[in-house]
Design a protein around this ligand. Structure first.
Ligand SMILES: NC(=O)c1ccc[n+]([C@@H]2O[C@H](COP(=O)([O-])OP(=O)(O)OC[C@H]3O[C@@H](n4cnc5c(N)ncnc54)[C@H](OP(=O)(O)O)[C@@H]3O)[C@@H](O)[C@H]2O)c1
Length: 328
């Protein structure tokens, strides 16, 4: 398996990452997390480390700050951990509060305050990567650049990236930001296939239906940006958490994944993730599991990607409902 782009940027990141959105209990900030939640996090971190995963993805908003706080408690209890892992967090979303709706905020003041909050909750002096979470329609690249310059200069953040952005957003921001934007985190999975559909359906009627930026994948590959996939387990819909309103395509895909996993003597998760990892962009899936045994079930994903035949990759895509109709 080829190196992932982050490694080309001198960041020794693992092929898979752990997403921390589910830690810290509920999204009700008044509800404290428990000793059980702490045990759950520690078990996931230990499972991850045991299979070489060193990358942890946060955001200031996850469980309203509790995900970072509980992670910070683990770091405080095990200080040696900090230097063994890569911590990424995000800012730029403000959750609804009082009468205010959810909103995005890339003002210099918000970015700087947000990073101070992240560092305080995690109990660390720096984070490795900061992502701008979702495009703010009111963003001013020069103002974002000022915030980034300050965070880089004072050592609070080592590297920068974005999330849920198209290539024009990235170009626009990068026109003012001196630091390279090295990550874009996007919703990508076998259940969320627009990134493949869009490229295949060029000049076809089916292509009109997707809103995915047609240039994005090739743009990021050319720029050697790290594409991270959020939602890579498709919330378990193909691997055990079959939805009550599952479509026929979902049920058939789940059956096909189960059969492949049995034939290859691996887990269903490894097949599902293998489909993403086979993409030549070197996609880094961000696993949203809070379950240590599910982390272990993902261990074989890179190996399955290498062994997956083109026929299996296309059959997974088509069975899941890929909109592309092959030309005759
Ligand atoms: N940038 C963004 O805008 C954005 C948005 C959303 C998420 N993210 C990041 O991406 C990470 C992953 O996203 P995600 O959590 O939406 O996606 P995911 O990894 O596709 O799904 C994880 C969820 O699916 C459940 N699940 C998976 N397999 C299952 C199975 N076989 N049976 C039952 N449940 C199963 C997990 O439960 P268990 O915990 O029980 O395993 C967990 O609740 C997040 O943690 C976060 O770091 C980023």
């Amino acid at each position: 398996m080829k190196d992932i782009p982050l490694q080309g940027h001198g960041i020794p990141a693992s092929r898979l990452a752990i997403g921390c959105m589910g830690f810290g209990g509920s999204w009700d900030e008044t509800e404290p997390y428990t000793a059980e939640h702490k045990k759950q996090l520690e078990a996931v971190v230990d499972a991850a480390l045991s299979i070489g995963i060193n990358f942890f993805d946060h955001a200031d908003i996850y469980t309203r700050g509790k995900a970072e706080r509980i992670f910070g408690e683990l770091l405080a209890a095990r200080p040696a951990l900090r230097e063994q892992i890569i911590i990424q967090s995000k800012c730029g979303i403000q959750l609804a509060d009082g009468t205010l709706p959810v909103r995005y905020n890339f003002s210099k003041q918000h970015i700087l305050q947000s990073v101070d909050g992240i560092l305080k909750r995690l109990g660390t002096e720096y984070i490795d990567i900061l992502l701008l979470h979702r495009p703010d329609p009111l963003m001013e690249p020069e103002e974002v650049a000022e915030a980034i310059d300050q965070l880089k200069a004072n050592g609070k953040v080592k590297h920068f990236g974005v999330s849920n952005m198209h290539s024009a957003h990235i170009e626009y921001l990068q026109s003012a930001i001196r630091e390279p934007l090295i990550v874009n985190q996007l919703h990508l999975s076998l259940a969320h296939r627009h990134f493949i559909d869009q490229g295949l359906n060029i000049n076809r009627d089916e292509g009109a239906a997707t809103s995915f930026d047609p240039q994005l994948m090739t743009y990021m590959q050319q720029k050697r940006m790290q594409i991270q996939a959020w939602g890579p387990l498709a919330q378990g819909r193909y691997t055990g958490a079959i939805r009550s309103d599952a479509t026929e395509a979902e049920l058939l895909t789940a059956q096909y994944i189960e059969r492949l996993a049995a034939d290859k003597e691996t887990s269903k998760e490894a097949i599902l993730l293998g489909w993403l990892l086979k993409h030549p962009a070197g996609i880094q899936p961000v696993l949203g599991t809070t379950n240590a045994s599910r982390v272990m079930a993902c261990q074989d994903a890179a190996c399955q990607a290498e062994q997956m035949t083109r026929e299996e990759w296309w059959t997974l895509y088509a069975t899941a409902g890929g909109s592309h109709k092959p030309s005759k």
